[in-house]
Design a binder for this molecule. Sequence first.
Ligand code: 9MR
Length: 540
Amino acid sequence: MKKSFFLLVLLTACTSGGQVVVNQLGYYPGQEKIAIVDASFQGSFRVVDHQKGTTVFEGTAGEVFSSLFSDKERTRLDFTSLDSSGIYRIVTEQGMESPAFRIGDSILAPLASAALEAFFLQRSTPGHPDTVVLVHASAASQERPEGTIIASAGGWYDAGDYNKYIVNASYTTGLILAGYEQYPGYALNRRLLDEVMYNLQWSLTMQDPADGGVYHKLTTPEFEAFIKPGACKKPRYVVQKSVTATLDFAASMAQAARIYRDIEDHSSTAAVMVKAAEAAFCWALEHPDALYNQFRMNEQFTPAIQTGAYGDLSAKDDFFWASCELYLTTGNEAYLDKALEYAPEKFTAPTWRDVYGLGVFALLTHNKATPAMKEQLIAFCDSVVSLAGGAPFASSYGNSARDFYWGCLSESCCSNAISLLYGFSQTGNRDYLMQAYHNMDYLLGRNPTGYCYVTGTGSKSPQNPHHRLAATDDIPGPLPGFLVGGPNPARQDGCVYPSDLPDECYLDVVEAFASNEIAINWNATLLHLAIALEELSQLL
Ligand code: 9MR
């Protein structure tokens, strides 16, 4: 009794709290390999063969870092020099253990293919055939008065809901195809192109052939309940054409036309796409102020539309992205002039709301970026890398309370890492490369909650995402390959969360749409990043 009391005191003196978190998928042999003890800890640790229990590496705890927004401390365990392939776990002197993880090649290949197949699972057919879609009053035109029936079949559901939104869909295909252009050697690229084409075919139906404008979204007035797709009865509408949807459509169609014109079975669609893109751009030039404002729309038209708004206060970034893609595809210098007119003043990692980065990526890939754009990207990468020095989880992401908001794991953690890799391709700066891997480590388990935030992956991953398809398919567990939104202290869902700390404000229940939804744009960042890191692992 006395002895165990003494042991307990000793243990508490050396550490408080106590999980050891790792990237649950593992590490490439040449990668920096860090595990984190979720407490202040001094002492030794071992990496052991997961099955045999034999020790393959011994080390001592590294630096202890304090969180900048909580009173928590975390300790680094560095085992970078272990580079032999195998399945391992970490055991500390006091007996704390990490989940099992792998060291070896092709670590992220299964993640990339799961993230790709997640798009297949999100297909809206046959659940919603969308052969009978009504033109909403806000979208009525002479040729298509209110109530006109159009067909708008295909396309992926946006997220946990069953609607289809052009702004987000265009960002999604744009970022995936940017990855295709940047990493042409990826083994599943043909599959990727076919899957992306499925969504692009739907996007084409969202353009009004009479004037080139593009409907902002295809939606029910309110979100459907958590019912099977085939059981949904609410009418579906196309609503108001918007300048952001039209420009994002123009950008993604121009980009796709450039890529698919050389791909067997798709070249005829590519010809249609470039025309659609140019017509859309013309419409946008004539309607630069047609921003989507759902609140104002609902004051004028019925039925009121309450689903995701994807509203935006500015279309400048959308003008930029569309001009860049149209220039690269057509070679028409007038588009280059437009791109320069709307060029950003600083680099920002791309999100559905801010697509400047997608234009910059396209220009970089085709060696057409201006020196200023390159400098801005490098300044961005340097500032991201500078955050990693004292980072409790050895990642540039997650060190500020502001890193946590709706969709943050995609919009910040993944999107920053993708941008770092464009910086790496421009400069060869290996700090950028290494930090991109560290962001992926954060995403896949080396973080405060210990969750690997991708469904069906790792040893502790979301089981109950806010995902109507998964929740109603009569099969226990989630659909695999989906990144969830991540910790979000704003908690717009009103759920009771286990912690108030920004980086622990994550809840794995179906109702928690503010932290536990899935979405195609978030998966696009996951897919692009997983492919990039898998392809670049040859350089480690
Ligand atoms: O990703 C969007 C996020 O940036 C917004 O803060 C949030 C609230 O407007 O909406 C998110 O997008 C949702 C969309 O509006 C509807 N489908 C589900 C999307 C993911 O939550």
